[in-house]
Design a protein around this ligand. Structure first.
Ligand code: G1P
Length: 299
């Protein structure tokens, strides 16, 4: 059977988005009409993921509530003649089983993934970061392509990468590969958030991974790294040093990564999604034109 299980870490504090994230998970911030994490789940469902394990924490219960079926709300919409709005709740019925476990101590992304070990056990799995949308309106099958590559090559890891401007390498895990221009490339190393000038390339890890279960062994041996946290990138590094094979797959040009980790990229994502919304995009476009044409409003 092909890989159908994904781990979605959502336990991060979202400090770069305060005060918006003081009592609300960053994964629940709306981008256009949907919260970020709904796009992530819909993308995974399109890539035939059927079981989803959230790595969560005490501040994130809204995420669990969001994916519950809300019979009372459905009844209310029916009773009050708002049937057409039922379509907005269709995601509740998508083919997905949800599981939740808590990261009980905030020790980093690598540690969050390690929290999945008792449930994942000895099977390959996907990791999809809950604060990143791939492609406008999550129109991407990158995970499906990664799974296919993983299964065809028998690699221990396949990771999605995106070309970033040289100044941005400090924000990401960066690939080292002999063939950085290829669409699919073998990884020789990955470095977490290197300094500009020390980065082995400008190919940045783009929030989607496929791993064999050996990643758990490497995570268990990974000491705290950048920011004093146990980094997933460092565990991949150990895996590569150990002679295991891992590949990078580039996102296609229409598959940009929307990072909902800071206000700059959050605002941009919100605008792009809202402007391309089939229901509201056109009138928003007109409204923005008016604002920009009126220096008093636009400044
Ligand atoms: C994490 C990873 C980093 C990766 C990034 C985006 O960083 O540690 O390697 O490039 O996600 O996928 P964070 O955004 O949590 O700082």
């Amino acid at each position: 059977m092909s890989i159908d299980i994904a781990v979605v870490p959502v336990a991060g504090r979202g400090t770069r988005l305060l005060p918006a994230t003081k009592s609300q998970p960053k994964e629940m911030l709306p981008v256009g009409r949907k919260p970020v994490v709904q796009y992530v789940v819909e993308e995974l469902a399109k890539s035939e993921i059927r079981r989803l394990l959230f790595i969560t924490d005490s501040r994130k219960t809204q995420i669990e509530n969001h994916f519950d079926e809300d019979g009372e709300l459905i009844d209310f919409l029916r009773r009050t003649g708002r049937e057409e709005q039922l379509a907005d709740l269709e995601f509740e019925r998508q083919k997905m089983e949800y599981f939740y476990t808590r990261q009980r101590r905030q020790l980093g992304l690598g540690h969050a993934v390690l929290c999945a070990k008792p449930l994942i056990g000895d099977q390959p799995f996907v990791v999809a970061l809950g604060d990143s949308i791939i492609g406008l309106h999550a129109e991407s099958d990158i995970v499906r392509r990664m799974i296919r590559h993983f299964e065809a090559t028998g690699a221990e890891a396949v990771v999605a990468f995106e070309q970033v401007p040289a100044r941005d390498v400090v924000q990401y895990g960066i690939a080292q590969t002999p063939t950085p221009d290829a669409e699919t490339f073998e990884l020789t190393d990955v470095v977490e958030k290197p300094a500009v000038g020390e980065a082995p390339s400008t190919l940045a890890v783009a929030a989607r991974y496929v791993f064999g279960p050996s990643i758990f062994d490497y995570l268990e041996q990974t000491p705290p790294g950048k920011g004093g946290e146990i980094q997933l990138t460092d565990a991949m590094r150990l895996m590569l040093k150990d002679g295991r094979t891992a590949y990078g797959l580039r996102l296609h040009s229409g598959e940009r990564r929307f990072d909902i980790g800071n206000f700059d990229s959050y605002f941009r994502a919100f605008f792009e999604f809202a402007l391309s919304d089939p229901r509201y995009g056109e009138s928003l476009r007109e409204y923005i034109k008016t604002i920009l044409a009126n220096p008093k409003l636009g400044s």
